[in-house]
Design a protein around this ligand. Structure first.
Ligand code: ATP
Ligand code: MG
Length: 428
């Protein structure tokens, strides 16, 4: 036998019955997007590497060490499997002049790739749903996308999720803060760890993000961006807070919430589930008013978020929330292969009428005994068995036998008038 080939480390197969949970979540997501007027966008999984280097910033975890980048051996192009989708969505919006007639509300669902150490909640191929409200500069758009995530928690029945927000202001304010931060950390250089030293001049803001316990006091006493925010930035943040208050959504302002990517301005936020531990951020996002211009478009504002589907599914499982099982309405049992043609014609007519029917199929030895067919019918979870027995068929009938209802009795229905009785089989 040939060697057994396995999936790439950190990249998972999603198999039935688990895949049904994914489809259930995706259905909820699409319904949510419709309610808020967000339209689907599908961009390629592979993009030119410079898109991410320019869009995310050189000194970010993603660009520094997590990208699957390669050279296309056919033509020498530098390509990268998308680690996130905002940069690609913005590239597409510019490339197709999508904003010429005003803002666009967009969403995507798809696979992302990051070369991280695989562990619970952290994979190398994972899946994100995301929204991007492009061309909308006002704080009401920030509030809208935050509230969409909240609506999703409600739709899913999740309660164990809290909101943190912060404002990163505008570039000039960040520049002033950055200078103050560098001065502060330079004066305390002996307390910095190696990573912080490396980031001191390239991305000092990220030092605030450190998980090193030895640096917490130092970081807590560092100059805060909030004291560098001007009137307009404060007003923007105030409206976001006002809306959250108005709808009764609790939040905490976390001055150390900076998010990974360089492109954020004004509002940034995270939805965090305490029960997922270190991988507790299930949704993160913010405003990125400089990104369109950075990628080469006419300046336009934008705000959005990305959410990890694996983490949402993990949280659902932990919260004991299981989607309803997907079962067929009926299972077709076939005592004699001679009836196959007419049985399949009936089953097809039922399916055309919207009834979910699983047709029995045998092993190489044949269709199998009635007993084993009924066992399969039962195991399928179907509510009814359709029995294409010789006697009934001779009368132009098929027998419908209830499988879940011990009281119910078998009825006969005419083969020639499937639409007349098909709806009896539909699950409520
Ligand atoms: P973290 O701090 O956990 O590394 P991040 O800031 O890198 O997250 P984003 O780039 O903002 O995450 O992505 C948005 C969401 O995508 C995260 O909140 C998380 O739910 C999910 N996510 C990010 N990286 C992974 C991964 N490697 N595996 C699974 N989900 C992920
Ligand atoms: Mg990360």
């Amino acid at each position: 036998m040939a060697d057994i080939l396995q999936a790439v480390k950190g990249m998972n197969d999603i198999l039935p019955p688990d895949s049904a949970r994914w489809e259930w979540l995706e259905d909820k997501l699409r319904a949510l997007m419709r309610r808020y007027g967000y339209q689907n966008i599908r961009t390629p999984i592979v993009e030119p590497t410079p898109l991410f280097v320019r869009g995310l910033g050189q000194v970010t975890d993603i660009v520094e060490k997590e990208m699957y980048s390669f050279v296309d051996a056919m033509n020498g192009d530098a390509l990268t499997l998308r680690p996130e989708a905002t940069a690609g969505v913005v590239r597409a919006a510019i490339e197709h002049s999508m904003l010429y007639d005003g803002g666009k509300r967009l969403f995507y669902i798809g696979a992302m790739f990051r070369h991280e150490r695989p562990q619970r909640g952290r994979y190398r191929q994972f899946h994100q749903v995301g929204v991007e409200a492009l061309g909308f500069g006002g704080p009401e758009a920030d509030a809208e996308v935050i509230l969409m995530a909240r609506a999703l928690w409600r739709d899913l029945g999740l309660t164990d999720v809290r909101l943190e927000i912060n404002s990163l202001g505008v570039p000039e304010e960040r520049k002033a803060h950055r200078a103050a931060l560098i001065a502060y950390f330079e004066g305390r250089a002996e307390q910095l760890d190696a990573e912080a030293k490396r980031r001191l001049h390239s991305n000092p803001l990220r030092i605030l993000d450190t998980k090193n316990p030895a640096m917490q006091d130092l970081v807590n006493a560092a100059p805060q961006l909030s004291s560098f925010l001007g009137e307009a930035s404060l007003a923007h943040l105030a409206v976001v807070k006002l809306v959250l208050d108005a709808v009764g959504q609790p939040y905490s302002v976390n001055p150390r919430l900076v998010r990974g990517m360089d492109y954020y301005t004004h509002t940034v936020f995270e939805w965090i589930s305490p029960s997922l531990g270190a991988q507790g951020t299930i949704c993160g996002g913010g405003r990125y008013d400089g990104l369109v211009e950075m990628i080469g478009g006419k300046p336009a504002p934008g705000v959005g978020w990305g959410m990890g589907l694996e983490r949402v599914l993990d949280l659902l499982q932990q919260s004991g929330i299981t989607p309803p099982a997907v079962v067929p309405d009926a299972y077709a049992v076939l005592p004699d292969a001679a009836a196959l043609g007419s049985a399949i014609a009936v089953v097809e007519a039922l399916r055309a009428a919207g009834v979910a029917v699983l047709m029995h199929a045998g092993a190489s030895a044949g269709l199998g005994s009635m007993k084993s067919q009924f066992k399969k019918a039962d195991a399928s979870g179907a509510r009814h068995a359709l029995v294409f027995g010789g006697d009934e068929m001779a009368q132009g009938m098929v027998a419908i036998k209830p499988l879940r209802d011990a009281e119910g009795s078998q009825v006969l229905r005419p083969l020639a008038d499937v639409p007349g009785w098909a709806q009896e089989l539909r699950n409520a």
